[in-house]
Design a protein around this ligand. Structure first.
Ligand code: ADP
Ligand code: ASP
Ligand code: MG
Length: 463
């Protein structure tokens, strides 16, 4: 049993749908479930239009509506001969996008965009791409049916980053997909989305289709999950920043999880753990070069595989800095800050405390900045009034650059080489954190410096 997930760039145009269908045609010798993302750039456009609506800028969502409609219809017309089925598909696309228009109109009226509303609009992209792919497979003679994951992936109600209930999802997936698989029909399931037990649409987080594929892989007891994307697997750096980056051909689950966590966008960080638990094989493959072997993530990587550290970056982060006042700052205050944020679901990606300066730097995603700041301001209200806390401030537009997966015996050499490279660039480093194992080190820098730092560190490390 195989679960194959195709990302946005693998369904970004009619040509890409054709390449994806070609790959699917080579995978029919076993039961197959396809998971698909929205056409590239669709989800971001849907969300941007809705956010603008909340600010009263109604022109933007109308423009998004029109552009997405013409792009999806042009794709359908390029893929399918005129037929009643094609007319029906066109009608469904128009109807889905009309519902987007209605949602944005009510968001504009209310002047409020909740995460529940976010999920309602953001989920539309996958509803379109899954139907187009299933219809195109049928036109190519492959029995196929588009399935909305709202019917199978049951989640909690944490809109924007919902967590699937694996037991409920297993029941629903078996009931809904089992009969299709038994009769050789290829289900094309929407990635990224799910629904609560009460039937409200949720999303699993941006880039979450990879996670959807892992969840389906687990509940369907798949042997393998394939992630089809636009690069030859997981590389030693983002090839958009470092064209000469090389592919890591074989990784352990721990290594892959670490690379995903530190910013290898090619894999959503939540994808690896559920597969690792069951030893389900994970492959990252290129739909532009299907013959390339890609990256294999396995339980027991071969001892003589080539291993190299990777240089990863995540932009769009924010530092929240709490500054103590004189002797008032205690380690308990740091622990309260971390506890408060964890309790409210704000991920602290990294933190650094300076005892002499009596300050604490907390690295969070830009999307968590305002929420985190409000929580901490409330938490430390009394301390501030008592003069124990001087200031809570944020520094926006920072990025992490991490050297990850250092072979243990080379860790000291790699670390000092990374520091030397930053020194040679006269790079301003805002904060540093090293894994206790010595296997990774992260530097916090201004966002704008990532594009020069990553290629330079990569070349200095001889990758
Ligand atoms: P998809 O639409 O297939 O989900 P994504 O855009 O989410 O694709 O992920 C693929 C992209 O991840 C690549 O195009 C690449 O620019 C980026 N990326 C960042 N770091 C890495 C890395 N270390 N290895 C491979 N790709 C990376
Ligand atoms: N379409 C969603 C996004 O853009 C999910 C995904 O691509 O994995 O975030
Ligand atoms: Mg992705």
């Amino acid at each position: 049993m195989l679960v194959a997930k195709f990302g946005g760039t693998s369904v970004g145009s009619a040509e890409r749908f054709i390449a994806t269908a070609d790959v699917i045609a080579t995978r029919l010798d076993q039961p197959l479930v396809v998971v698909v993302s929205a056409m590239s750039r669709t989800t971001s456009a849907l969300i941007e239009g809705a956010r603008a609506a909340a600010d009263g800028r109604v022109g933007l969502y109308q423009q998004v509506h029109a552009e997405l409609e013409s792009r999806h219809l042009a794709t359908v017309e390029a893929l399918l001969e005129p037929s009643s089925e094609r007319d029906q598909l066109i009608g469904t696309i128009q109807e889905q996008l009309a519902s987007y228009g209605r949602l944005c109109a009510s968001i504009a009226t209310l002047g409020e965009f909740t995460m529940r509303g976010n999920d309602a609009v953001a989920s539309i992209g996958e509803q379109l791409s899954s139907r187009i792919l299933a219809a195109f497979l049928r036109a190519r003679g492959i029995a196929s049916e588009a399935i909305s994951a709202t019917e199978i992936v049951e989640t909690d109600d944490e809109h924007g980053s919902a967590t699937p209930d694996m037991a409920a999802t297993r029941r629903k997936a078996t009931a809904r997909l089992g009969p299709l698989l038994a009769t050789g029909v290829v289900p094309v399931v929407t990635g990224y989305i799910g629904s609560t037990a009460a039937g409200v649409t949720t999303t699993l987080g941006r880039g979450g289709s990879d996670y959807s594929a892992a969840v389906l892989g687990v509940v369907l007891d798949a042997d393998t999950v394939e992630i089809w994307t636009d690069v030859n697997g997981i590389l030693t750096a983002d090839p958009k920043l470092v064209p000469e980056a090389t592919v890591l051909r074989e990784l352990s689950y721990e290594e892959a999880a670490e690379l995903a966590y530190f910013g290898a966008d090619v894999l959503h960080p939540k994808t690896v753990a559920p597969l690792a638990e069951r030893g389900i094989r994970l492959s990252i493959l290129n739909s532009y070069a299907p013959e390339d072997p890609g990256t294999a993530v396995v339980t027991m990587p071969s001892p003589d595989r080539a291993i190299a550290p990777a240089i990863l970056s995540t932009e769009g982060l924010c530092l929240i800095r709490l500054s103590g006042n004189g002797r008032g700052w205690t380690v308990q205050m740091a622990s309260r800050a971390l506890h408060r944020l964890a309790e409210a679901g704000v991920d602290v990606l990294m933190f650094a405390q300076s005892f002499t300066e009596r300050s604490l730097n907390l690295l969070v995603r830009a999307s968590d900045e305002q929420h985190g700041l409000r929580l901490l301001t409330r938490e430390f209200e009394h301390d501030a009034r008592a003069g124990l806390l001087a200031d809570i401030a944020t520094r926006q537009q920072v990025a992490s650059v991490s050297v990850v997966g250092m072979p243990r015996e080379r860790a000291p050499e790699v670390t000092s080489c990374a520091f030397a490279a930053l020194g040679a660039l006269r790079q301003r480093v805002i904060a540093v954190a090293q894994a206790a194992s010595g296997g990774s080190i992260s530097f916090i820098l201004p966002d704008q410096d990532v594009a020069r730092v990553v290629p330079y560190v990569h070349s200095q490390l001889g990758l």
